[in-house]
Design a protein. Structure first.
Length: 311
């Protein structure tokens, strides 16, 4: 079976662009956010019975509707026997390529499951200036949110991803790449990624960067995608955020910024920022708590039961 690799990242960090560039390689196929792995990880499914296979297939088909001309896989692929998840996942992939990849930022939160079930897989973590990521969150989801709630939400999300990455960044199968390097030096960066994936560099990866395999409905969520290869887009946040917003984010995200070698503004925190930081810390502790993990498992199991009953 062809080897696997996973593109992990912060959300809104350019992972769709990276997936597109890698997909230009004749021996690579990158799937876009199938949402299968969060489900099996949270539910703890390492083997699947027939109904579980049907449910995972449902998630897979629903997720991949983002592709133009995608033809759903039929239930004939499911077996009336309990089989390992990896065996079932392999049955879903029919492309004759050397390397299969899956791109989904949230999969960094499920790294232990991926590492345990895909023992030979390679991992790529794409990072970007956290302040630029926070600005992208603001433009996409939090545009009308007040400043206090905005700072709390973006700091909570970015730090949650960061702490998941921090646990595993020194794994020898994890290669960390900066979005800014991909944009400024795409050839050198892609060549390094190919070395990590143990596949020859293909110059065609830089071809047709303005053509995409996703459907129109999906592309509206990536309206700047064709611009992301341009250097001018890197520091767009400096024109869209105020100096005070940049200072506040520099403080709340200081460890993330420093870890990846980005520059930040020094800032003496106000009482408001200190309060936000305490709220963020409590949120991150809750995210890792038994209560949250148990509730998430119940939530996903109810989704599964609803699907099973409806069928």
């Amino acid at each position: 079976m062809n080897p696997f690799f996973f593109i992990l990242s912060f959300s809104r960090s350019g992972s769709t662009l990276l997936a597109k560039l890698l997909n230009n390689h004749g021996d690579i196929k990158v799937l876009n956010e199938s949402w299968v792995f969060p489900a099996v990880s949270i539910l703890g499914w390492e083997t699947l019975n027939y109904n579980q296979q049907r449910y995972i297939l449902h998630i897979y088909n629903k997720s991949l509707n983002v592709y133009e001309n995608y033809s759903p896989i039929t239930h004939e692929v499911c077996q009336r026997a309990r089989i390992p998840f990896l065996s079932f996942y392999k049955n879903l992939l029919s492309h004759n390529v050397a390397l299969y990849g899956e791109k989904n930022p949230v999969n960094i939160l499920h790294f232990p499951y991926l590492k345990r079930n895909f023992k030979d897989a390679k991992f790529i973590f794409l990072t970007r200036n956290p302040i630029a990521i926070a600005n992208s969150y603001r433009n996409r989801w939090f545009k009308n949110m007040n400043q206090k709630d905005y700072l709390y939400r973006v700091a909570s999300v970015i730090r949650n991803y960061y702490f998941s990455y921090k646990k595993y960044f020194n794994n020898n199968k994890m290669f960390t790449v900066r979005y800014e390097d991909l944009v400024r030096n795409p050839k050198d960066t892609l060549n390094q990624l190919c070395i990590h994936l143990e596949i020859n560099y293909d110059a065609s990866m830089l071809d047709n960067v303005d053509e995409f395999i996703f459907n129109t409905g999906t592309l509206k969520n990536h309206k700047d995608l064709s611009k992301d290869i341009h250097i001018d887009n890197i520091d767009k946040y400096k024109d869209q955020l105020s100096d005070m917003q940049i200072k506040d984010l520099s403080y709340l995200l200081r460890d993330v910024i420093d870890s990846f070698g980005y520059s930040r503004l020094s800032h003496k925190p106000s009482q408001l920022l200190l309060n936000i930081e305490r709220r963020v810390s409590k949120r991150l502790q809750y995210n890792q708590s038994f209560v949250n993990l148990y509730l998430m498992k119940i939530k996903y199991y109810l989704f599964y039961l609803k699907y099973t009953i409806s069928r």
